[in-house]
Design a protein around this ligand. Structure first.
Ligand SMILES: O=C(O)C(=O)CO
Length: 333
C-alpha cells in the first residue's frame, strides 16, 4: 500500500479555529497563529516551499511573486471571493491552479449593503453616536434629525451577480424599485421575481436613481467604472453604496462631489488603498455625509467558517485529481 504524503499547505493568516483544526487533520498545514500579515520575503518563502498557498484578499500574489514559486506549488486556494489580489493569468502560465470561495458570503454582504443603504439616509450612526457620547438630546421633536425615506425610492445595482441579486431581494422587501446594469441581462425569471428593470446604459441608469449600489468585482474593466464623469451624472439628492471594491469608484471624485453637495452621501464598506484611508473620507464621516466601515461585509463567524470549508473542499478535490468546484480561470475580457 502506498501512503500518500499530505500536501504542504501554507496559510497566510489566522483562520477560525475549527477550520484550522480540520486543516491540521487533513494536510501538512503551516498556520499563522499570530495572524501577523506575511512580509514579501515570507510570502516568497511560502511560495517556494508549499504545495498549496492559501492567501487572503489582502495578500498581493502578483506575477513577480508567482515567478518565484517553487516547482511544488500547484494550487493557490484563495480565502476570499474576489481574486483581484491574484494574477490568475500568470499563475495559469506557470501551471498553478487558482480557486476562490464564492456564494457563501452573498447573504452576509447583501445584509451589510442593506445596512448601508439605510444608514446614511436615515442618519443611523449620527443618532447612535449622539447618545453613545452622552450628547444632549432634548427629546423627540417633529423637525429634528430628519433623514430621507427609503420606501418607494429607486435603487440602481451595478453588477447583478449573486451578491447584487441578494441585495435586490432585500431592497424589494424594503419597498425600493429595482434597476440594474450588468454585462449580461439576468434570467427572465429573476427579473420577474424582482420586478427589475435592466439598463443597457449605465450612464442613463446613474442619472435616474436615488441610490446606487456597487456590487461588481474589481477587474481591469471595472477600474473606476464609476468615474468622475459618471458620478457627475447622478442626482444631487442621490446616495452611493459600495460593498464591492474601492477601486471600482473614483474615490477623489466621489469625495469632491459629496463635499460640493452634488451627491447626498455615501455608505462605504470598502475604499481605495485599504487599509490606509484617505483623510478626506474621515472628514466626510465626521460631517455625517458618509458612513464608512473597515471592509466588514463578509465578517460573520458563520461566513468565515463557510469560506474555510470551501478552501478545504477545493484543496481536497484538487489533490483527488478532480477539477476543484471553485476553479477561477484567467479572464478573457
Ligand atoms: O472575499 C472577498 O472578496 C471579500 O471581499 C471579503 O469580504
Amino acid at each position: 500500500m502506498t501512503v500518500r504524503k499530505k500536501p504542504l499547505v501554507v496559510i497566510t493568516r489566522k483562520l477560525p479555529d475549527q477550520v484550522e483544526t480540520r486543516m491540521r487533520e487533513l494536510f501538512d498545514a503551516k498556520l499563522n497563529v499570530d495572524d501577523k500579515p506575511m512580509t514579501q520575503p515570507e510570502l516568497v518563502a511560502a511560495m517556494k516551499e508549499a504545495d498549496v498557498l492559501v492567501p487572503t484578499i489582502t495578500d498581493r500574489i502578483d506575477a513577480a511573486l508567482i515567478a518565484q514559486a517553487g516547482e511544488k506549488l500547484k494550487l493557490i486556494a484563495n480565502f476570499g471571493n474576489g481574486v483581484d489580489n491574484i494574477d490568475v493569468a500568470a499563475a495559469a502560465k506557470k501551471g498553478i491552479a487558482v480557486t476562490n470561495t464564492p456564494n457563501v458570503l452573498n447573504e452576509d454582504t447583501a445584509d451589510m449593503t442593506m445596512a448601508l443603504i439605510l444608514a446614511v439616509p436615515r442618519r443611523l450612526t449620527e443618532g447612535a453616536e449622539l447618545l453613545k457620547s452622552g450628547g444632549k438630546w432634548a427629546g423627540w421633536s417633529p423637525t429634528w434629525m430628519l433623514g430621507r425615506r427609503i420606501w418607494g425610492k429607486r435603487l440602481g445595482i451595478v453588477g447583478m451577480g449573486r451578491i447584487g441579486t441578494a441585495v435586490a431581494r432585500r431592497a424589494k422587501a424594503f419597498g425600493l424599485s429595482i434597476h440594474y446594469h450588468n454585462r449580461k441581462r439576468v434570467a427572465p425569471a429573476i427579473e420577474d421575481e424582482l420586478e427589475a428593470t435592466y439598463w443597457d446604459s449605465l450612464d442613463q441608469m446613474l442619472a435616474r436613481m436615488d441610490i446606487i449600489s456597487v456590487n461588481c468585482p474589481s477587474t481591469p474593466a471595472t477600474f473606476h467604472l464609476l468615474s468622475a464623469r459618471r458620478l457627475e451624472l447622478m442626482q444631487p439628492r442621490s446616495y452611493l453604496v459600495n460593498t464591492a471594491r474601492g477601486d471600482v469608484v473614483d474615490e477623489e471624485a466621489l469625495i469632491r462631489l459629496i463635499d460640493e453637495g452634488k451627491l447626498a452621501g455615501a455608505g462605504l464598506d470598502v475604499f481605495e488603498h485599504e487599509p490606509s484611508m484617505n483623510p478626506k473620507l474621515q472628514k466626510l464621516a465626521k460631517a455625517n455625509k458618509i458612513v464608512i466601515l473597515p471592509h466588514m461585509g463578509s465578517a460573520t463567524i458563520e461566513g468565515r467558517i463557510d469560506m474555510g470549508e470551501k478552501v478545504i473542499i477545493n484543496i481536497r478535490t484538487f489533490f483527488d485529481g478532480h477539477r476543484p468546484p471553485d476553479r477561477v480561470l484567467p479572464r478573457t475580457v
